[in-house]
Design a protein around this ligand. Structure first.
Ligand code: ATP
Length: 311
């Protein structure tokens, strides 16, 4: 079973308002509300790939209830730690071809709540074959929290894939117990290394040979329409993808993490792991919904992904 962790889930609300006016009343008809947060996107895509997944993390209040209902509708198994505070809403106003976002920062957790979740996580690890940890940490939790979760995974022999950014990622990497896999995009990599990363093979290879990444089995640097650059063990790969018609690219990174987790769980070859991860990312861009893929197009797209070893 794949355990998909979301520590700060949300209900994502989109308001399509053609002609949005500031300081006036704007009416909206086609409101869309979905269970959001990066780890929930991951869980949805894993489920659509036909793999056994358990969604976990922290949630609370009526918004938490809504998230649970949505997971039940999608038949995704879930076991969240309930908090007394309300989970967050994230609002996107779609207007004039643009997207204005209003993101609540969400609840502030106590140390006790953080500890209590770790207890639940420890139990869930016993059932898990692989873990994905996605997105930001809620306020109140120490930025070394994910580092602890990676360490607990290592103790139980369960590989952990981490997809986060900023200080939480830095804390995970500046530690002797490394995650099994990470999936930064170019911006996250730049932020992490404090340099402007350009996408050339030689510079990426040089950057990923940094001591910081030693001991991480898979580093998948996702590059949007340009595919990915990957370090696996001591080997490097350039992965290229076909040109496709993109409908909505939001959540493609999460779909990539889902594909990676599924392929690793199925013990696929290096080539197939990378092809699967790229294909789920691409499939997500081809749908309007975030964290949704149309599996019917999987095989055909997979064939078009090219994995080339870099010397
Ligand atoms: P997000 O933050 O929206 O989840 P991300 O920045 O983490 O995304 P990306 O590098 O944009 O991740 O995309 C992940 C993968 O999804 C890419 O490696 C690729 O396979 C696919 N993808 C993303 N954007 C495109 C695109 N415009 N065309 C084709 N494939 C894409």
């Amino acid at each position: 079973m794949i355990l998909a962790v979301t520590m700060n889930p949300s209900v994502d609300i989109s308001y399509p308002i053609q002609d949005f006016k500031l300081d006036q009343v704007n009416r909206v008809e086609h409101v869309r509300k979905t269970a959001g947060g990066k780890g929930l996107n991951v869980a949805r895509v894993i489920k659509q790939m036909g793999e056994d997944v358990l969604a976990t993390g922290l949630l609370g209040g009526a918004i938490g209830d809504f998230i649970i209902q949505e997971l039940m509708k999608s038949e995704i198994k879930h076991d969240f730690f309930r908090i007394n505070q309300e989970s967050r809403n994230c609002i996107a106003i779609l207007h004039d071809g643009q997207q204005t976002e209003i993101l609540e920062s969400g609840p502030t957790l106590s140390m006790e709540e953080g500890e209590a979740f770790l207890e639940k996580y420890r139990e869930q690890l016993s059932e898990a074959s692989i873990v994905t940890i996605s997105g930001s940490l809620p306020k109140g939790l120490d930025c070394g929290y994910y580092r602890q979760m990676v360490e607990m995974g290592r103790e139980k022999g369960v590989p952990v894939i981490v997809d986060t950014s900023g200080e939480a990622l830095r804390q995970v990497l500046f530690h002797q117990v490394k995650p099994f896999a990470i999936k930064p995009n170019i911006d996250e990599l730049s932020q992490l290394l404090n340099v402007k990363v350009e996408g050339s093979i030689s510079s990426l290879k040089h950057l990923l040979s940094n001591e910081l990444f030693q001991g991480i089995e898979w580093i998948v640097v996702s590059m949007g329409r340009d595919g990915a650059f990957v370090k696996h063990g001591e080997e490097y790969y350039r992965v290229t993808i076909p040109r496709i018609d993109v409908v909505n690219p939001v959540g493609s990174g999460d779909a990539t993490v889902a594909g990676l987790a599924v392929a690793l769980n199925r013990k696929q070859t290096v080539q197939d792991v990378l092809k699967t991860a790229m294909t789920t990312g691409m499939l997500n861009t081809m749908e309007a919904g975030t964290g949704y893929i149309n599996l019917a197009k999987f095989g055909q797209l997979l064939e078009l992904v090219k994995v080339k070893k870099v010397d």
